[in-house]
Design a protein around this ligand. Structure first.
Ligand code: ADP
Ligand code: ADP
Length: 231
């Protein structure tokens, strides 16, 4: 699904140039669950942003599902993201002014889906995430665990090929964190590819494979389990 070759990303601010990614090579198979780990500042978010087509690399190539992404214009990247990618963040990133239902409905509005079909799809995924009873609530009325379940519902309502998760349990206690990891694992077992950035050794065990970044380079990779094997 993903082939990244000699990826370089540098940031220039005033006179300082930061090499955030320095010749990264990475392949992710369809159906894989990959964890990216490494110390703060090693380039994890930069890599996830490029995989998520939010940012362009400085050099190198990025192929996603047979599309060359590096060098695409912003509107072309947006087009490719639609329906293909779902994002889950540490801070949930829900829209405070919208209800649970409306937050999850938004990606379907962008896909120009009809209202009745949207209602059906949103309620289906809210039930799946065990949060349907909160459809009329606003994010601030929910616990962190509930907010992250809404965020996962929003990420998967379009049935994306790939979910990108940035520290998805970073703001949760262990009980809610485990629930989120179990949900991601279930989605992966149903065929969704997952790339997750995490600091948590515990969470990394849910992945098939762990990629360790250091100073913008992949320094080690380890296989936890084969694809298809139980967690
Ligand atoms: P991590 O997610 O592993 O903490 P990041 O990918 O956020 O690391 O950052 C990698 C390096 O790139 C750091 O040195 C960071 O300061 C730098 N960096 C990231 N984003 C920017 C930016 N927009 N402008 C300038 N430097 C950046
Ligand atoms: P559930 O059993 O539905 O997963 P939780 O255990 O997450 O619910 O939360 C229990 C109750 O406490 C819920 O009604 C939730 O709205 C409320 N709650 C928990 N934390 C917060 C919070 N930070 N702000 C507002 N309400 C909260």
């Amino acid at each position: 699904m993903i082939t990244i070759k000699d990826l370089v990303k540098s940031f220039r601010t005033e006179e300082v140039e930061t090499l955030a990614l320095n010749k990264v090579n990475l392949k992710v198979e369809a159906g894989e669950f990959v964890a990216i780990m490494g110390p703060s500042g090693c380039g994890k978010s930069t890599l996830l942003n490029i995989i998520g087509m939010l940012d362009n690399p400085t050099e190198g190539s990025y192929n996603f599902a047979s599309n060359e992404v590096a060098g695409l214009r912003e509107n072309q990247r947006t087009q490719l993201r639609k329906g293909n990618l779902g994002f889950v963040f540490q801070s949930f990133n829900l829209i405070d002014e919208l209800t649970v239902f409306e937050n999850v409905e938004l990606p379907l509005i962008y896909l120009k889906m009809e209202k009745a079909e949207r209602r059906e799809k949103v309620m289906q995924v809210l039930e799946r995430m065990k949060i349907a009873h909160r459809e009329k609530h606003f994010p601030h009325q929910l616990s962190g665990g509930q907010q992250q379940r809404v965020a996962i519902a929003r990420a998967v309502v379009t049935k994306p090929k790939l979910i990108l998760a940035d520290e998805p349990t970073g703001n949760l206690d262990s009980k809610n964190g485990l629930q989120v990891m179990n949900l991601l694992t279930e989605l992966n077992q149903e065929g969704t590819t997952i790339v997750m950035v995490t600091h948590s050794e515990h969470d990394s065990h849910f992945a098939h494979r762990v990629v360790n970044l250091f100073d913008g380079q992949i320094v080690t990779e380890s296989q936890n389990r084969a694809m298809g094997a139980e967690v």
